[in-house]
Each structure stands twice: as structure tokens, then as C-alpha cells.
Design a protein around this ligand. Structure first.
Ligand code: FAD
Length: 372
């Protein structure tokens, strides 16, 4: 019952990089309070559905390398340790970093705990139902990411196809496709990287994209993307004109992608018209036999737990305020952190989530003060 609910001032839902960045700024409030500065700090809990730290980085494929070097892939407060290998860090390196980050700041992460529903509580706070008991919070920061909601567009004939159908979330290593005929769908980074990976092992590889691939200049990395996204937001707010990340292209040209592209192995074709039992058919009548199709067609924000709040939608996502861009436009005390540019420029990146996390914690603290 609600009477048994554990009570906390700020509840963070999700313990990936975004939830931890919020946790860091909440930890700073507690540290300041312990030093006699800034009054009492809010009580905090971070609920994470996963068995272990690392967020979605635990699930990425083996050959994945970061867009940018360790120095420009850090959360607030503590730098990512240097990467000893060649190129940019692996996903495992990020998992180790996030694991240590949690420990370093003694972040109050509870796992595995899946939040099922966030609803209005009678006292103006939030009633939070999980698979391991109820919570009551005065403010909620939702940071559940997108990994648990893979998106796959409809393609006629999908039901007839007898081969393997996978999404980015299912892909682990190219060796699982040795000697096979594979179609990779999607012109973003996941599609380009997985297609490049598969050129090492597949018997044949077809890469289908809705529009011709837009390669970024070879020297663009995560830091450059962050700068572009930030400049775009300043420009929308009345600053100097800037076009943002989209103007740079869609695909970061990491070394394995560059090698495959320059060897002529990544010639994109248009989308097939439909799948058949044993392959795919294109508008020009060509038929390609296939053993597997890998959909690298992106994700949607994982927001099912917020359904009871009946939030107003702005297109595909909940409406948010201008400042901070993470604040729900209709529910005071609710914040949406880390999902994408719609709730903070580059907020879905390690280096980009710190700013929106700081602004969110400041606004949540202000909400607690106003509600007292
Ligand atoms: P996640 O990392 O997905 O963490 C969300 C956490 O919330 C998970 O632990 C999940 O279990 C938990 N959760 C979900 N639902 C619930 C619930 N209902 N209750 C409780 N817990 C829940 N970014 C970079 O900065 N640099 C890169 O080089 C880079 N490369 C990338 C490559 C790929 C292939 C992909 C897919 C992304 C890449 N990104 C990169 C982006 C970055 O990895 C993600 O955007 C980032 O992990 C999102 O962090 P998050 O904390 O919002 O979500």
C-alpha cells in the first residue's frame, strides 16, 4: 500500500550514464550540505532495471569503438581514464568507467529494480510502482534511455522471410554471420558500423539506406558533434546562426568504416520493396538471396512507465519546457534526461549529458523548495 512506500525527495529512474550524471550533481548538493553550505540536501534514490552497472553500454557489439577519445567522453566530475589500446575506447571501457563512477561518488543505485508506473500522488508528489515495492518521490528524473525500445519500420513480406531477423540490439559479432548472405538496413552510425563489421565475415553483404549515406568529414569526432549541437541550440536561442550536427552528415567515419568504404565494400542501395521467403526484391526487379536481415533503424525513448501521467505530446515525445529543456511542460517536478536533442543538446552522449543534468538538478531542487 501507499503507506509502506519508501519516501525520497528525488527519484532517478534509470542508472545509465544520464542517471549517473544526475546522481553526481545530487551528490554534490549532499557534499556541500555536509560542509555546512547550502542547507539540507535532498534525499535521493536511483532505480535501475539492469543487473549490473553500465546502462546500454553493456549490450553493445564487441567491435564497437567510441566516436571520440577518452578525454572527450567524460561525465561531469571525473574524467574517463585513458584508453590503453589503439583508436578510441571500447564499450567495455565505458562500462568499467561507469562502474567506478558510481562507486566513487557512492551513488545510491538500487538494482535490479524496474519502475513499472509513475503516477500522481494525492499530495502533489509522485507514486512510483516497481517490481520490488513502492516509492513516493517529490521529484522524478526519468533517465531510462532508448535501448529497451528498438524501432523497426514495416517492410512488406517480413512475415514470409524464413531467415533470421535481427535488430541492432541483437547484434554481437560478425563471426555469428560467417559465410552468410546478410542485408543491413539503416543509414545511421549503427548501420554503417555493423555493415563494415560484417564485410569481414559475410559471404555477401547488402547495405540498404532510405537515402544516400551522408558521411561526415573524416576528422569529425564526438567532441566536434557536441560543439555543433551546442552551437545549434545557442543559435535557436538567438545566437549566431549555426546549422547543428545534421549539417555535418549522419555517419562518423571511424577507421573500420573508412577502410570498408574506401575498399568499395559499403556501396549503399535503396531500400528493398519487400522481403520474400528467401531474400529481398528491389523496385528494379533484382532479387537478392539472404540468410539474415539486421535492422539498424534506431530507437524510441523508453517512456512507458510515465503513461499514467497523461503527458501532452510534442510530436513523438513528451512536451518539454524551454529552460531547462528537460522539464516536463505539464507536470512540475518531472524531468526527462538523456534521451536525445529534444531534451538537451547532445544529451544522449557521455560528454553532452553533464550540462542538462546540472540544470535538471538545479530545477528539481527549486521545485522541492517551492513545494515546501
Ligand atoms: P542507457 O544507457 O540506456 O541507460 C538506461 C538505464 O535505465 C539502463 O540501465 C536500463 O536498464 C534502465 N531502465 C530502463 N527502463 C527502466 C525502468 N522502467 N525502470 C528502471 N530502470 C530502467 N554516446 C557517446 O557519447 N559516444 C559514443 O561513441 C556513442 N556510441 C554509441 C554507439 C551505439 C551503437 C549506440 C546505440 C549509442 C552510442 N552512444 C554514444 C549513445 C549512448 O551510448 C546512449 O545514448 C547512452 O547510453 C544513453 O544513456 P542513458 O543513460 O540515457 O540510457
Amino acid at each position: 500500500s501507499a503507506g509502506d512506500a519508501r519516501r525520497v525527495d528525488v527519484l532517478v529512474v534509470g542508472g545509465g550514464q544520464a542517471g549517473l550524471a544526475a546522481g553526481y550533481h545530487l551528490h554534490r548538493l549532499a557534499r556541500d550540505a555536509a560542509r555546512g553550505r547550502g542547507g539540507t540536501a535532498p534525499s535521493v534514490a536511483i532505480l535501475d532495471a539492469a543487473e549490473a552497472p553500465g546502462g546500454s553500454w553493456r549490450h553493445y557489439w564487441d567491435s564497437l569503438a567510441l566516436f571520440s577519445p577518452a578525454e572527450t567522453s567524460s561525465l561531469p566530475g571525473w574524467r574517463m581514464p585513458a584508453w590503453p589500446g589503439p583508436g578510441t575506447p571500447s564499450a567495455d571501457h565505458v562500462v568499467a568507467y561507469l562502474t567506478e563512477y558510481e562507486r566513487r561518488y557512492e551513488l545510491p543505485v538500487h538494482r535490479p529494480v524496474t519502475v513499472l508506473e509513475v503516477a500522481d500522488a494525492p499530495d502533489g508528489g509522485f507514486a512510483v510502482r516497481t517490481d520490488r515495492g513502492d516509492w513516493h518521490a517529490r521529484a522524478v528524473i526519468s533517465a531510462t534511455g532508448t535501448w529497451s525500445r528498438p524501432f523497426r519500420p514495416h517492410l512488406p513480406g517480413v512475415g514470409e522471410f524464413a531467415g533470421r531477423l535481427l535488430h541492432t540490439v541483437d547484434y554481437r559479432r560478425a563471426e555469428d554471420f560467417t559465410g552468410q548472405r546478410v542485408l543491413v538496413v539503416g543509414g545511421g552510425n549503427s548501420g554503417a558500423q555493423i555493415a563494415a563489421d560484417l564485410t569481414r565475415t559475410a559471404r555477401s553483404l547488402v547495405w540498404a539506406t532510405r537515402r544516400p549515406p551522408r558521411w561526415m568529414p573524416d576528422d569529425v569526432d564526438g567532441a566536434a558533434l557536441f560543439r555543433a549541437a551546442t552551437a545549434r541550440v545557442r543559435s535557436l536561442a538567438g545566437g549566431p546562426e549555426a546549422e547543428g550536427v545534421g549539417a555535418l552528415g549522419d555517419i562518423v567515419v571511424l577507421p573500420p568504416v573508412r577502410r570498408a568504404r574506401d575498399a568499395g565494400l559499403l556501396e549503399a542501395r535503396p531500400m528493398p520493396e519487400r522481403l520474400t521467403a528467401d531474400g529481398a526484391v528491389w523496385a528494379d526487379g533484382t532479387h537478392e538471396p539472404l540468410d539474415a536481415v539486421v535492422w539498424c533503424t534506431g530507437f524510441r525513448p523508453a517512456l512507458g512507465h510515465l503513461r499514467p501521467l497523461g503527458l501532452t505530446r510534442h510530436g513523438d515525445v513528451p512536451a518539454t519546457a524551454d529552460a531547462p529543456p528537460t522539464a516536463s511542460a505539464d507536470r512540475p517536478g518531472l524531468f526527462l534526461l538523456g534521451y536525445g536533442d529534444w531534451c538537451g543538446p547532445a544529451s544522449a552522449t557521455l560528454v553532452g549529458v553533464g550540462g542538462p543534468a546540472r540544470a535538471t538538478v538545479a530545477a528539481a531542487t527549486e521545485h522541492l523548495r517551492a513545494a515546501t
